[in-house]
Design a protein. Sequence first.
Length: 370
Amino acid sequence: MPDQPLPSTERLLLGPGPSPVSDRVRRALGAPPRSHLDPEFVLLLDDVRRHLTTLFNAAEGYFTCALSGTGTTGMDAAAVNLVEPGMSVLCVVNGYFGDRLSQIFRRQGAFVERLEGEWGRAIDPAQVERALADGRFDVVGLVHGETSTGVMNPVEAIAPIVRKRDALLVVDAVTSLGAVPVDVTAWDIDVCYSCSQKGLGAPSGLAPITFSSRARQQRMLLPDFSLDIQKLEDFWVRRQYHHTISAPLIYALHAALAELHEEGLPARWQRHAAAHLALVEGLASIDLQLLPAKDHRLPSLNAVRVPKGVDASVVRDHLLSRHNIEIGAGLGPLAGRIWRIGLMGSGATLGNVSRVVAALADALGRTPGR
Ligand SMILES: Cc1ncc(COP(=O)(O)O)c(C=O)c1O
């Protein structure tokens, strides 16, 4: 049987990630290979670390790098470096990824209390305050942008509550970094991780992460070798071999971060906000609404209610086959009830909003009314 050929046509990736990659990022993937400790290559690693430090707003004392892996690797790295059997973790669970984070802490042997919240609503900081008053926790885990529901949890309001109780704070910024403000210094976050393939606009395969000095001091003695933050620091800072990081992925992330910093963070956040608002308006014109209430929404991921009587997967298939646009399906209890439209990285444009709204109007047989 002949091999499947590589894709040769463009597809607009407006799902929950990966987001589209720019031509510049795509070209970077094909730069000549270098090994992971080549004198030119390590300078690129320095640039990546510097750009990521700015992006997280990580003050002196934080160690920031990109793990080889995806957002899930970031989750694992937070858990293996901070948690050992018997420790207590409070994990906010108001969506699929909060649930995954709680499972990851549990696999590390922690006693995990799940602070359950409604899927589609941001967690109320008062709930966190009450849970922390009821027990002593070593670590609190929280997802900033909950990709399964399109909700943004109020990390900035929760972080001081956690600090008062002297627990370490782990924040998942997989769908928020690069799209909305994330400030680990102002919010006093201990571990914050993300991915390369959403707000940053690179392919998947690297997971930016930052550890506060407090988190590094409390690091477990023997975390997994591949995710040991001290060994990673030896590689990234002291140029000691740890693993063979992918040069093409570093090239691509390097280019994506250069684009991001040329654009400027405030302009980038503003672009994501404008695309989100245009989408909300465009969807309203064909009588579609978002799941979360206005104040709870994450601009980079839009959870759209599937109208009664409509088969969600038929519409997704129509967008893919007729318009070459990918959007995401609902996860877990929201399967069949929402579509997930990502406007992230270089994909967050008004042109893409018009395309996806027109495609949805076509699939549903609706004419924009406003
Ligand atoms: C909030 C959140 N956390 C973690 C992950 C896991 O990331 P990955 O699929 O890159 O492993 C995702 C993936 O979409 C996510 O949205």
